[in-house]
Ligand binder design. Structure first.
Ligand code: 5GP
Ligand code: ZN
Length: 117
């Protein structure tokens, strides 16, 4: 638990969120500002700044996140149409919330991975 971390507070229940899944390792909830018809965030319950801070000791949580992503994609009805699973790291990556999270996006064609700036 990191003080003043929004996602730690969502994991603990201190801040409300539309949770779709939670177990001892990970939590999944709908993004408050969805960029696609399906936009779910999947996070490790333990606080890490980003994927670069996670290693072998977190393999179980990372594996669970990947598994839960597939399960939720099916549950949300986008397993066949397709989906994207991304994590932003640091300033250039566009990371705003400093607690590792993966975006599960789908429900419309998502276009190219990157836009030219
Ligand atoms: P990032 O840019 O860090 O990869 O993504 C952060 C995501 O967290 C954004 O898509 C943003 O809409 C979402 N977000 C920020 N604050 C909250 C919140 O309080 N609740 C929920 N459910 N999502 C949030
Ligand atoms: Zn946190």
């Amino acid at each position: 638990m990191s003080e003043d971390c929004i996602f730690c507070k969502i994991v603990s229940g201190e801040i409300p969120a539309q949770k779709l899944y939670q177990d001892e390792l990970v939590t999944a909830f709908r993004d408050i500002s969805p960029q696609a018809p399906v936009h779910v965030l999947i996070v490790p319950n333990e606080h890490f700044a980003n994927l670069g801070e996670m290693g072998d000791a977190q393999a179980a949580a990372l594996g669970r996140i990947a598994h839960v992503a597939g399960q939720l994609a099916a549950q949300e009805g986008i397993a066949t149409s397709g989906w994207r699973f991304i994590t932003n790291i640091g300033a250039d990556g566009g990371q705003e919330v400093v607690h590792t999270h993966f975006h599960l996006l789908g429900g419309r064609p998502l276009g190219p991975l990157l836009t030219r700036s």
